[in-house]
Design a protein around this ligand. Structure first.
Ligand code: NAD
Length: 493
């Protein structure tokens, strides 16, 4: 691992333009007037003070969204018209790609170059995909009996509350906002308190694109206050949530004990990355390493449980350690950096405490394991071997650059061990044997299986989890249908 000093970065940080709540087409202060600080994880300095929304602000935002849904133009526009405006929104995002990428890179410690060339273009792609879907929302016709016929109408579900995490502030926001808009819904977005800035920028661009007032509202603030107010609100028709399994439970409870609104949950993971003896080690080991430490391991589909078949185990592990030793940790604005800082102090300390657990429970630390001796929340890429399925580092989602490596012998064994987790978000299967690839893919209980690739996303490819990783799907047509209601209309023939 090599470290880079952040003072070497010469990137011109943009001025922060938007720090107020966005309600009914206007930037406004919170009712309480309170603000909170968003912190740069590179240097622990304040980036900006942002309005702290709470229950009163959520009430105002939901009221605006309700009015826009019940009486405003958005749900009543022709789908073609909605498509045109959404495409304009996508164009505006691409015009401002550098500025938005800088906001996410600063707020979340993400690599600027990756956000600029990956996350933000993905946001525009997803908007275009759902813009194109807006006029392809079809019901069915029903021939019911000699006397009766019917048809189904797919109607927008209404006012949608969207609660977003900090690790991919832009894509995870647009994976929900874009289909909700295409469906004709109105939304209240609650971004993570660590990464509020890009959400406010999107609200501004939505207005510039011609999305009517009240359709997109953003309430920045904290989970237990603003987030809880949104999920328990009596006038919100659906909650779309991405975040931790613990908070997912709270959201279901809030929905169940308020107006019984449906929720969709995209939650945590502890994904197995399985490598069989027949692969080219030089090609697959880098994929496995990046599969675990991409975005500093702050990714729900991190392949953090690496199962390697015994025949190539030693060679594979050697290659992983070589990768870790040359991996550059440092300023996310420096183009040479491969890994930025963890999101905040809480997460930083949590990851380091998992590393201590690994050592205490008897895993062997091969490389890494330390924070960097400088300001900011930097942690070395860390590799443990001799990990057993029962160890904490093999069971719990660490959300940091920590890889647990395990050896296996047979296909049956690895399927059993890969499924030995409460999570079921993703899995990687690396082999040139089609039969093995198919058998493992069908046997793993997870929502996404990547064969001989990893982190392969597309707007058309549904994404979501089994078991404690959640339910319903973002992306694809499944990601649109969750914002629609089915109404059956029956008439005599
Ligand atoms: P988190 O659950 O702590 O927070 C997510 C969001 O929920 C934030 O906006 C937060 O303010 C809000 N929140 C917190 N408490 C709340 C409450 N009581 N009521 C309503 N809202 C509340 O998660 P995080 O730490 O921001 O993100 C990390 C987690 O997200 C990890 O577990 C990760 O696996 C998961 N994640 C899942 C996916 C996926 O698609 N499955 C994607 C990214 C992240």
């Amino acid at each position: 691992m090599q470290s880079k000093d952040s003072s070497k970065s010469n990137f011109n940080i943009p001025k922060i333009k938007f720090t107020q709540l966005f309600i009914n087409g206007e930037f406004v202060d919170s009712v309480s007037g309170k603000m909170f600080e968003t912190i740069d994880p590179r240097n622990e300095e304040v980036i900006a003070s942002v309005a702290e929304g709470d229950k009163d602000d959520v009430d105002l935002a939901v009221k605006a969204a309700r009015e826009a849904f019940d009486n405003g133009p958005w749900p009543r526009l022709s789908p073609k018209e909605r498509r045109r405006i959404m495409l304009k929104f996508a164009d505006l995002i691409l015009e401002h790609v550098e500025e938005i990428a800088a906001l996410d890179a600063m707020d979340a410690g993400k690599l600027f170059s990756v956000v600029k060339t990956g996350d933000i273009p993905n946001v525009a792609d997803v908007l275009c995909y759902y813009a194109g879907a807006a006029d392809k929302i079809h019901g069915t016709t029903l021939k019911m009996s000699r006397e009766l016929q019917g048809y189904t109408l797919l109607e927008p579900i209404g006012v949608v509350g969207l609660i977003i995490p900090w690790n991919f502030p832009s894509p995870l926001l647009m994976h929900k906002v874009a289909p909700a808009l295409a469906a004709g819904c109105t939304v209240v977005v609650k971004p993570a308190e660590q990464t509020p800035l890009s959400a406010l920028y999107y609200a501004y661009l939505a207005k510039q694109a011609g999305i009517p007032d009240g359709v997109v509202n953003v309430v920045t603030g904290f989970g237990p206050t603003a987030g809880a107010a949104l999920s328990s609100h009596m006038d919100v028709d659906k909650i779309g949530f991405t975040g931790s399994t613990e908070v997912g439970r709270l959201i279901m409870h809030a929905a169940a004990t308020s107006n019984l609104k449906p929720v969709s949950l995209e939650l945590g993971g502890k994904s197995p990355f399985i490598v069989f003896d027949d692969v080219d080690v030089d090609k697959v080991a880098p994929l496995a390493f990046v599969g675990a430490v991409y975005n500093k391991g702050e990714i729900c589909v991190a392949g953090s449980r690496l199962f390697i078949q015994e025949g190539i185990y030693d060679k594979f592990v050697k290659k992983l350690v070589e990768m870790a030793k040359t991996w550059v940790v440092g300023d996310p604005f420096d183009p040479n950096t491969r890994q930025g800082p963890q999101i905040d102090k809480i997460q930083f300390e949590k990851v380091l405490s998992y590393i201590e657990h690994g050592k205490k429970e008897g895993a062997t630390l091969l490389t890494g394991g330390n924070s960097l001796d400088r300001k900011g929340y930097f942690i070395e890429p860390t590799i443990f071997v001799d990990v057993t399925d029962e160890m904490t580092i093999a069971k719990e989602e660490i959300f940091g650059p920590v890889l647990s490596v395990m050896k296996f012998k047979t296909v049956e064994e690895v399927i059993k061990r890969a499924n030995c987790t409460k999570y079921g978000l993703a899995a990687g299967v690396m082999t040139n044997d089609l039969n093995i690839a198919n058998t493992v893919s069908r046997s793993i209980r997870a929502g996404v299986i990547w064969i001989n690739c990893y982190f392969a996303f597309d707007p058309d490819c549904p994404f979501g989890g089994y078991k404690c990783s959640g339910f319903e799907r973002d992306l694809g047509m499944e990601g649109l249908h969750k914002y629609l209601q089915v109404k059956s209309v029956v008439t005599p023939i």
